[in-house]
Design a protein around this ligand. Structure first.
Ligand code: NAP
Length: 271
């Protein structure tokens, strides 16, 4: 039986074990996946144990994504550019780091019909997920990407960094003019925020996406009120899991990723 794990701190809120159980069933491959709560100072020991127990790989989540990249002996271009690894493959004594946040986000966005090329997009937040979203939008040829965060310096630094990777896209800190896409890449779902939140910026958006998953958020409610297509983070999570699966075990083949993602989402009532 193949084995993989999620290393995070905390992990009890994670839906990943359920997503991999569904994938395992649908792809008819026995994979045992467990979520392990690992404090930052214990990460190296935890990885050593996975290696000894012949795990195929692991996912890294908050707060281990940057450390997972540092631990790896090799890394894909995406992981290096994003500066974080959410997926690591164990190959004997070596660890290969990858990042599937950007691809998972883009797979989910593409299903809405949103055309990123030449678009204007707004991101709220300037952390790891915002970086992956900005990277994906730059790669897809967005024209303008505005990054608004409570710490402006952080948004400025992220814009500078992303512009280095995608010089054809204008990355600018703050709130831009009307955008076609608005992504919430903070964990707050906007609780307690509506009075501060520039609701008008959602008007005219065709897609509003909240990376938070597992609960309806105020942000999505505002998106619906603005008549945008509103999308929670579950679709991205599942797409990302499919990409992780492929990194560890090879192509899913068959009906393809989009169908597989729909099948996973149909399989049970997700919380
Ligand atoms: P992160 O690196 O910690 O960044 C979080 C960002 O949100 C930072 O810019 C932070 O600002 C900001 N923030 C936090 N609390 C805030 C508040 N009360 N008001 C304003 N801004 C606030 O986290 P992350 O990895 O980017 O994750 C962000 C969210 O995306 C999480 O909810 C995570 O679960 C979700 N996510 C979902 C998926 C998926 O597959 N659906 C994948 C990745 C992440 P400061 O820097 O000022 O603290």
């Amino acid at each position: 039986m193949d084995k993989a794990a999620l290393l995070g701190h905390p992990v009890k809120q994670s839906l990943s074990p359920q997503v991999y159980a569904a994938l395992s069933r649908l792809l008819d491959r026995e994979v045992k996946y467990k979520a392990l709560d690992v404090a930052p100072e214990k990460l190296e020991d935890a990885v050593k144990k996975l290696r000894e127990e012949e795990y195929a790989g692991f996912n890294a989540t908050i707060p281990h994504k940057a450390a997972a990249l540092k631990l790896a002996s090799t890394a894909t271009g995406e992981a290096r550019a994003i500066g974080a690894a959410n997926c690591v493959k164990i190959e004997g004594a070596s660890l290969k780091a990858h990042n599937t946040d950007a691809a998972g986000f883009y797979d989910a966005l593409s299903e809405t019909g949103f055309k990123a090329r030449d678009s204007r997009c707004q991101i709220f937040g300037a952390g790891g997920a915002a970086r992956a979203v900005g990277y994906a939008l730059g790669r897809a040829g967005a024209r303008h990407v505005f990054i608004w965060a409570r710490k402006e310096a952080k948004a400025e630094a992220l814009c500078k960094d992303l512009a280095g990777h995608w010089p054809e896209t204008v990355f600018a800190p703050g709130l831009g003019g009307p955008s076609g896409l608005f992504v919430n890449a903070t964990p707050m779902g906007l609780e307690g925020y509506p009075e501060k939140f520039p609701v008008k910026k959602l008007e005219g958006c065709s897609v509003v996406m909240d990376l938070t998953y597992g609960r309806p958020t105020k942000f999505l409610e505002l998106g619906n009120a603005a008549r945008a297509r509103s999308l929670g983070g579950l679709s991205m999570l599942v797409h990302q899991a499919i990409r992780n699966w492929e990194f560890w075990f090879g192509p899913v083949g068959g009906p393809g990723r989009a169908q597989l993602k729909s099948d996973v989402m149909r399989i049970k009532k997700w919380r």
